[in-house]
Design a protein around this ligand. Structure first.
Ligand code: C2O
Ligand code: CU
Length: 470
C-alpha cells in the first residue's frame, strides 16, 4: 500500500477530502442583533479513543483520540462577553485536562495539571466555566502529556465573535493539523523520543486541514472571506503563501492588529499561533491558485487550491480591510515597567551541558518537567499584580521556539533590538534561531501562569516555566 502521505517536493495533494471534521455544537444562544445580552454558552466535550477517517477512504480509518468523536474537536462559538461553560468527560485511559489557549480567564480554569487543577482521571469529569473578555480566534487542547494527546488528535477551535463583526461574505475556519502516520494510516508511535525532543519536535508526514486532506477550496470571484487560521499541530510551523492573492492580516492570536500584508508574503504560524485574514477573491472566474507552504524549504508543498467557480464576480473591486475593535487589554507602562531577561537554551547543536534526566532544553538554566508529573517547580518570576513588565526573551539555540504565556496577552516591542512595525499583541511569540524579542504586558491576572515553548516536545523536555502573579 502506498503511504497515505507520501509526497515529493511541491507535490500536489493526491487525495480527495474525507468529510471535514468540523461540526458546530447546536448549543449557541440565539443570534439576535448586535446588542443581544451576553449569554451563557454551554457545551460538553468527551475525550475518547475513536476511529477517524483522516485520510481518503481508500485507506483505513485512523485510531485517534478525539473530542466528541471528531478531529479536530467541535468548533465552540460564543460572543465576546458571553460565559462559556464546558463539561469535559474523560473517556480516555489516561488523565487529561483542557487548556483554553489565549483566553484570559481565572487561573483555576486554565487547565494545567497539578498547578491549576487535579488532572481529570479516566471516567471523571470537570466543568470549566469562565467569561470571555476578548473576541478572537482561540483554541483548546489538553495540557496533560500534550505532546502525545495533541499528537493523537485532541485539539479544537474556540471562536469568540465580535459583538459587531466586520463585514465579510463568509467566515471560514481552517484548523491546521499535522500527524505522523504509518503506511496503514495508523498513528505512528514513538511519542517523546529523544530525537524529537531535542530537535524540531514531532513533525508529522500528514498535514490536515479541518481534519481531512481537501484538494480544493471553492470560492467565488469578488467575494470577501474572513479566514481564521489555527495551527493546532504539535510542532510544525507553517508559512502560507496565497498565490495570486494579497491577504490582509487583521488579527494575530485573536488580538486585532493594524491590517497589513504578511511580511515577505507568507503568513507564518508556529504551533498554537492563529491569524485572522481578510482574503479578497480578486482573481478571475474559473481560475485556480495554490496556497503554498514553504516553511521547510525541502518539504515545500501545496496545502490546498483556491478554485474559482465560473460565476461572474460578486463585486468589482475589493475595499480596504477593516480594523477590528481592540479587546480590553491593559496598556503596559513602559517607563515604570520592571525588566527581566529570559534565556532559552539547549537542543542539538547547542550547549546541552548541565541538562539531566532526559531534559533537552532549559529556561534561565532550569529544565522543568511539564508539570504533568506533579513534581513542584519554582516560579521563574514573581510579579506583583498590576505591574507592567518587559521581558527580554533570548533564544540562545539553533531552533525555532513559539513561546506562550498563559492568562495574558503581551505586546511585542522589539525583535533583535529593532522596534516591531505593529507592536502586535500576541499570546505566543515565535523566536527564530538566535533571535531576541522584547515583550511587554501588565501582570493583571493573579495566579501561576505557564510560560513555555509550544513545540510540545520542547515543553515536555525542559522548555517550561511558570510566572506567578500575586
Ligand atoms: Cu496552548 Cu500551555 O498551552
Ligand atoms: Cu521550543
Amino acid at each position: 500500500m502506498k503511504h497515505p502521505a507520501s509526497r515529493s517536493p511541491h507535490a500536489r495533494r493526491r487525495f480527495l477530502a474525507g468529510l471535514a471534521g468540523l461540526s458546530a455544537l447546536p448549543l449557541l444562544p440565539a443570534r439576535g442583533s448586535a446588542q443581544a445580552a451576553p449569554g451563557l454558552v454551554q457545551a460538553r466535550l468527551a475525550a475518547s479513543a475513536r476511529d477517524v477517517q483522516l485520510v481518503p477512504t481508500k485507506y483505513p480509518a485512523t485510531s485517534m483520540w478525539a473530542y466528541n468523536g471528531t478531529v479536530p474537536g467541535p468548533v465552540l462559538r460564543a460572543r465576546q462577553g458571553d460565559r462559556l461553560r464546558v463539561v469535559v468527560d474523560n473517556a480516555l485511559e489516561e488523565a487529561t485536562t483542557v487548556h483554553w489557549h489565549g483566553i484570559r480567564l481565572p487561573n483555576a480554569m486554565d487547565g494545567v495539571p497539578f498547578i491549576t487543577q487535579r488532572p481529570i482521571e479516566p471516567g471523571a469529569s470537570f466543568t470549566y466555566d469562565f467569561p470571555l473578555p476578548d473576541a478572537g480566534t482561540f483554541f483548546y487542547h489538553p495540557h496533560q502529556r500534550s505532546y502525545e494527546q495533541v499528537g493523537r488528535g485532541l485539539a479544537g477551535a474556540l471562536i469568540v465573535e465580535e459583538r459587531d463583526p466586520p463585514k465579510a461574505d463568509r467566515d471560514v475556519l481552517w484548523v491546521l493539523g499535522d500527524f505522523r502516520l504509518n503506511a496503514d494510516a495508523s498513528i505512528s508511535g514513538g511519542f517523546g523520543n529523544f530525537m524529537d525532543l531535542s530537535h524540531a519536535g514531532r513533525i508529522g508526514n500528514t498535514v490536515t486541514l479541518n481534519g481531512g486532506l481537501p484538494e480544493t477550496f471553492r470560492v467565488r470571484a469578488g467575494e470577501r472571506i474572513r479566514l481564521r487560521l489555527v495551527n493546532a499541530a504539535p510542532a510544525r510551523v507553517f508559512a502560507l503563501q496565497f498565490r495570486g492573492h494579497r491577504p490582509w492580516i487583521i488579527a494575530l492570536d485573536g488580538q486585532p492588529v493594524e491590517p497589513h500584508e504578511p511580511p515577505g508574503g507568507a503568513v507564518v504560524l508556529g504551533p498554537a499561533m492563529r491569524a485572522d485574514l481578510i482574503l479578497d477573491m480578486t482573481a478571475a472566474p474559473g481560475s485556480r491558485h495554490a496556497v503554498h507552504d514553504g516553511f521547510y524549504r525541502r518539504l515545500a508543498y501545496d496545502l490546498i487550491d483556491l478554485e474559482y467557480g465560473d460565476e461572474p464576480p460578486l463585486r468589482a473591486r475589493a475595499g480596504d480591510a477593516p480594523r477590528l475593535p481592540d479587546n480590553p487589554l491593559a496598556e503596559p507602562d513602559l517607563r515604570s515597567a520592571e525588566r527581566h531577561e529570559i534565556v532559552f537554551t539547549g537542543g542539538m547543536m547547542g550547549n546541552m551541558r548541565g541538562l539531566s534526566r532526559g531534559a533537552a532544553w532549559a529556561v534561565n538554566g532550569v529544565a522543568n518537567g511539564c508539570g504533568d508529573s506533579g513534581l513542584p517547580f519554582e516560579p521563574l518570576l514573581v510579579l506583583r499584580r498590576g505591574r507592567s513588565c518587559i521581558l527580554n526573551l533570548v533564544n540562545d539555540t539553533m531552533w525555532h521556539h513559539p513561546i506562550h504565556l498563559h492568562g495574558h496577552a503581551f505586546r511585542v516591542l522589539t525583535r533583535n533590538g529593532r522596534p516591531t512595525r505593529h507592536r502586535e499583541w500576541l499570546d505566543t511569540v515565535m523566536l527564530d534561531p538566535r533571535e531576541r524579542a522584547e515583550i511587554a504586558f501588565v501582570a493583571d491576572n493573579p495566579g501561576d501562569w505557564m510560560f513555555h515553548c509550544h513545540i510540545l516536545e520542547h515543553q515536555a523536555s525542559g522548555m517550561m516555566s511558570c510566572i506567578r502573579v500575586s
